[in-house]
Write a protein that binds this ligand. Structure first.
Ligand code: FE
Length: 169
């Protein structure tokens, strides 16, 4: 009986704690995985500068955004997986890519919640949910709630943060 009571108390406070800590509505729907079981890659900014092109460095390391309709992948069709341009972590499957009309590659879910991390972004007077590679922390884009089912989410990703790995049948 004692155990049952402790469990109930834990569930009550544990769950209410979760509900209170999530202030951003998009984040309520996504299991955060920033501290998931993934081998982190940590480099100095100088090391990243040497590894990445100036465009990749601007987006991935300085939270930049490429201009709409200019990236390599917004209208890209092909069967495969989109990986992180900085570290090769698998991020999005072509099966979850959809035409959003925004000019940025858009997906309704990542390959795995473990492979991406999310954070509140309050820049430019907006509250948005930033999404980054969970392995190298490279900035990918933002998540919005106007995506298609089954998730209703739109992962709006910079092409420059991605590389495409084609799957051949
Ligand atoms: Fe990465």
């Amino acid at each position: 009986m004692k155990n049952v009571i402790s469990l109930s108390v834990f569930l009550l406070f544990g769950l209410s704690g979760c509900a209170q800590s999530a202030s951003n509505p998009v984040e309520n729907k996504i299991a955060s995985s920033a501290d998931g079981p993934i081998n982190k890659i940590v480099k100095t900014e100088n090391e990243w500068k040497k590894l990445l092109t100036p465009e990749q460095y601007y987006v991935l390391r300085q939270q930049g955004t490429e201009a709409a309709f200019t990236g390599e992948y917004y209208d890209h069709k092909g069967k495969g997986v989109y990986i992180c341009a900085a570290c090769g972590n698998e991020l999005f499957s072509s099966d979850t890519k959809f035409r959003s009309g925004t000019g940025w590659p858009s997906f309704y879910q990542p390959v795995s919640e473990i492979n991406v991390g999310i954070e509140s972004d309050k820049s430019f007077g907006m509250v948005r949910t930033e999404v980054h590679c969970a392995r190298c922390d490279g900035h990918l884009g933002h998540i919005f709630e106007d995506g298609p089912q089954p998730t209703g989410l739109r992962y709006c990703i910079n092409s420059v943060s991605l590389k495409f790995k084609e799957l051949k049948d």
